[in-house]
Write a protein that binds this ligand. Structure first.
Ligand code: M6R
Length: 609
């Protein structure tokens, strides 16, 4: 949602904070700000707009000079994006940055107003700054004041704090929102996520709920909510600077599309032993799988679309009922779940508020939870009963591509293992499908090479459209959902995905020559039926772009443009077809001159409801 950073060390603090924030801008990018100790006084610079606007402002007006401070990049929740609402926010002696939402900020604000406190902004964060300042004014000790303050707060927060009376020190505390402390040589950091600090150090501590970290030139200390020292385990990130840079690509999105073969290899290879899936290190055993009654897949956005593919595959081969739920619906619909049910939560960030709440609800109701998560150490990863990490590396572009791809690969591993455990696959069949999945990285690479140019051409036809439809049946329908979301979120062209057979029950009345239709038809059993649906839209003037297997003969009266993908095991084709769908969205957005990696109104990690 927002990104916070902090630094104490020997480098130019403003430069470090800005550099770290560039790696967190994916979390929010409508304003940014920093606060740095300059001659023992706190000097603040902040600005509406992207980080580059702050950098330009500091270039014109002078940047704070010092070696300790905090920084923030914002996705507005309370109050519009503006200079005033930008973080940091201050009380008399306290300045802080915040990621999260304070649910009881109104009552706290009323209390503080009664104490004579005045507010400048509309934010919940300024309330925290004033409350902390209020306690600090009485207690005069930073950690005790932080403890008093956080006891009053309801909601989620990761705070980076500086106290004017304690120069060259950065304090940090969190509840629900993520926070790490980076540990370097004579320099230490705080950040919402590891990519922010990887340029400086790979070593970090994960800060737990209500723990307080204190960074100084001497080192890092961590305390619990009772002011007792805590010994932390030092973790090491296993990826390098390239993983968080563009490496010559114009955008993170296209870099991440190209990283997909490797991401799948990293995710799948360690889970295959002797030619068969092995998820034992994730606590998933055939015995456990045999006890599952119903499966629910709960997630948001792209992750939910990976779950849709999972549903089709699991039901088809493992003959186990799967319900896919949008997390924000699941948590409020009083789901009928309990012991014996498996709730699979899929999340790239592992911090999505609705997915986390859904998982907690499932646990409360006695169901078993399995998380499929990309971000190491994230809250969903830590709280799930069972966990499969995807190994896509950091995904920076807001539009998810490689995370979706690896989520699909895990869906397959899981489905194969389940089919075998339930006796629906014999060993031969299991080995066959596993080997096909193992070869996917080369196939994905081939498809990227084969479909880039044609996707680019197709996007020149789409870039002027006002609206378009994606249609398909079965697995192709599940894929269409993701294709449509990808296009709309970064190109700002309205699009919808539709089950091809459902069109004539209403939606076909939208079809004109102005509404292009992308038809996905890769599944032999449904091919003829989808072609009939394509003919129906074609007869009503639609321009049709058809995605099918390379052995399909497609005449001009069916499709205007045909994009062919290699013939392969059909059940695995979603992992190939999603590539041109991602590329079409990418090039359409590029051609429309949009900010591909940071589309308007969005943030990568949605940690609020
Ligand atoms: O981090 P998560 O996977 O839980 O995020 C879920 C969605 O917010 C996310 O997939 C979103 O839909 C993507 N930005 C779409 O590209």
């Amino acid at each position: 949602m927002c990104g916070i950073v902090g630094y104490v060390g020997y480098r130019d603090c403003s430069d470090v904070l800005v550099s770290a924030l560039t790696k967190l801008e994916y979390r929010g990018y409508d304003s940014a700000g920093i606060a740095v100790f300059e001659d023992n006084k706190i000097s603040v610079a902040k600005s509406k707009g992207k980080l580059k606007d702050l950098v330009e402002k500091m270039a014109a007006e002078g940047k704070p000079q010092g070696h300790a401070g905090i920084g923030h990049t914002r996705w507005a929740t309370h109050g519009e994006p503006s200079d005033i609402n930008s973080h940091p926010h201050s009380g008399a002696k306290v300045t802080l940055v915040h990621n999260g939402i304070i649910e009881n900020y109104k009552e706290l604000k009323d209390f503080l107003v009664k104490q004579g406190r005045e507010f400048l902004s509309d934010t919940d964060t300024e309330v925290v700054a004033q409350l902390l300042d209020y306690y600090y004014a009485n207690i005069k000790e930073p950690i005790k004041a932080i403890i008093e303050t956080t006891q009053e707060l309801r909601g989620s927060f990761a705070l980076g704090i500086v106290f004017e009376d304690y120069p060259e020190r950065v304090y940090a505390v969190r509840r629900e929102s993520p926070l790490i402390v980076g540990v370097g040589e004579k320099e230490n950091f705080i950040a919402s996520d590891v990519p922010a600090i990887i340029k400086y150090t790979k070593n970090y501590y994960l800060i737990e709920h209500d723990e307080i970290a204190v960074l100084s030139h001497e080192g890092v200390e961590v305390f619990d909510a009772h002011y007792q020292p805590v010994t932390k385990e030092l973790k090491t990130a296993d990826w390098d600077v390239d993983a968080v840079g563009k490496c010559g690509y114009p955008h993170y999105m296209i870099k991440e599309i190209n990283e997909q073969p490797n991401a799948v290899k990293q995710t799948v290879a360690p889970r295959i032993k002797d030619g068969m899936p092995c998820l034992e290190e994730c606590s998933i055993t055939p015995e456990k799988l045999r006890t599952i009654r119903n499966i629910y897949i709960v997630a948001c956005g792209t992750a939910m679309h990976a779950g849709m593919v999972g549903k089709y595959v699991i039901e088809d081969i493992a003959r186990t009922a799967v319900t896919v739920d949008i997390a924000s619906e699941f948590r409020y619909r009083n789901p009928i779940i309990g012991e014996g049910d498996l709730i699979i939560i899929i999340s790239q960030s592992g911090e999505t508020a609705d997915s986390l709440a859904a998982m907690r609800l499932a646990k409360e109701k006695g169901a078993t939870t399995l998380a499929i998560v990309n971000a190491m150490g994230s809250t969903i990863a830590r709280e799930a009963d069972m966990l499969i990490y995807t190994h896509a590396g950091p995904e920076i572009s807001v539009a998810s591509t490689k995370a979706y791809m690896v989520q699909l690969s895990v869906m397959y591993l899981f489905a194969f293992e389940l089919a075998y455990a339930k006796g629906k696959f014999d060993e031969e069949k299991l080995r066959y499908y596993t080997s096909k999945l193992e070869s996917m990285p080369e196939m994905i690479e081939k498809v990227i090479a084969q479909t880039t140019e044609i996707s680019q051409k197709i996007s020149t036809k789409l870039m002027t459209a006002d609206s378009l439809l994606y249609i398909g049946r079965g697995l192709d329908y599940a894929l269409s959902m993701e294709g449509s979301l990808k296009l709309k979120e970064i190109s700002y062209i309205h699009s919808e995905s539709y089950a091809a057979g459902e069109l004539k029950h209403g939606t076909i009345s939208l079809i004109t020559s102005e509404m292009p239709v992308i038809a996905v038809a890769t599944q032999s059993a449904l091919y003829e039926k989808t072609v009939s649906n394509i003919k129906e839209v074609k007869a009503r003037g639609a321009k049709v772009i058809m995605i099918c297997k390379e052995n399909c003969e497609v005449s001009k009266d069916i499709a205007d443009y045909v994009l062919k993908i290699p013939c392969y095991e059909e059940i695995l084709l979603p992992m190939l077809v999603c590539v041109p769908l991602q590329l079409i969205a990418y090039y359409t957005s590029v051609q429309r001159g949009n900010d591909v990696d940071q589309p308007r109104n969005l943030a990568k990690s949605v940690t609020v409801e």
